[in-house]
Design a protein around this ligand. Structure first.
Ligand code: PSU
Length: 295
């Protein structure tokens, strides 16, 4: 994973960044001082939720991370500049402008080269985290393998990037916990009941030279969890509709989220907001605890 603990400064401090990557000053300072910085993706703002819930949730998520003792860093590409930390105006633009792009890892530098604007997916955000030395990252959901490969075999770049980025990702899953429901029927290799035991293990990976990332699958809070059979049937119908309309690739997840939200009469959006907030709280506490263990 990342090299060993405290003595290692993030790569941002040891090599100059190209001019098209800009880190907000307070985040640069936090990285320099080795304070816990937690990245946030922005495709969830541009493509994952409707306005104004997307904007409200993004701001609230940053606040939760601050309250839990870490520094939030929302990442996006604005007019060709890869921004680590957004201004309120930039956040507004991503939330409201319907023409922004959804940027996976392969797309981020294309957007930079061509002065485009877009929200970064988990994969796109991980690429930036790796480049600037951010080690913790909170997301709502990750991309996965299309439920039914017979329609169109589709594997999200999120999975590849997580395997090769030395970053701890806190999300409510795709498999294991299954995003809207707390269980998926798939087994998870390790289970942690509290932040301290999780932090000890993450710290050991961080200092032990592990070359890949760690995915922390944090189940959706009980009161917002959907009945698995009910939500699976709704998701199945949405996948069928997508296949009928010829929707695939990067358009699939936004299409499904929208359709599932309509079909659950807004309940899935409430669930999505609740789980992101919960992930932000757990992720920031974990980052803060891991940084304490390093000092
Ligand atoms: N799942 C959600 N909400 C989201 C996404 C996934 O519940 O907003 C977004 C994330 O940005 C994720 C991306 O990284 O979709 C995955 O898209 P794709 O499968 O096209 O890689």
């Amino acid at each position: 994973m990342m090299q060993s603990g405290l003595t290692v400064l993030p790569s941002v401090m040891t090599q100059p960044l190209p001019p098209f990557i800009q880190i907000a000053e307070h985040i640069q300072e936090a990285l320099y001082k080795n304070l816990p910085v937690v990245a946030l993706e922005s495709a969830v703002i541009s493509h994952g939720m409707p306005y104004p819930e997307n904007r409200v949730t993004a701001l609230m998520t940053e606040k939760i991370i601050r309250t839990a003792g870490a520094v939030p860093a929302t990442i996006a590409v604005i007019d060709g500049v890869i921004k680590v930390g957004l201004t309120a105006g930039e956040m507004d633009r991503l939330a409201q402008d319907k023409n922004t792009l959804k940027l996976s890892s392969r797309d981020v530098l294309y957007a930079a080269a061509n002065r485009l604007t877009g929200g970064t997916t988990v994969a796109g955000t991980l690429y930036v985290c790796r480049t600037v030395g951010i080690r913790f990252f909170v997301a709502g959901g990750i991309g996965g393998v299309n439920h039914r490969p017979e329609h169109k075999f589709d594997i999200s770049a999120d999975l590849l990037e997580m395997s090769r980025s030395p970053v701890v990702v806190i999300s409510s899953g795709y498999e294991f916990p299954a995003f809207f429901s707390r269980k998926s029927g798939c087994k998870i290799p390790y289970h942690f009941g509290d932040i301290d035991s999780l932090a000890k293990t993450v710290h050991t990976y961080n200092t032990g030279g592990y070359p890949g990332g760690i995915l922390i699958a944090n189940p959706i809070p009980e009161e917002f969890a959907q009945d698995r059979d009910v939500i699976d049937a709704i998701i199945d119908r949405a996948i069928d509709a997508a296949a009928e309309e010829g929707i695939s690739g990067k358009d699939l997840t936004p299409y499904l989220l929208k359709k599932i939200n309509t079909d659950t009469e807004g309940e899935s959006l409430n669930a999505n907001i609740a789980l992101i907030r919960h992930n932000a709280d757990i992720g920031a506490q974990l980052a803060a605890r891991c940084y304490q263990l390093e000092t």
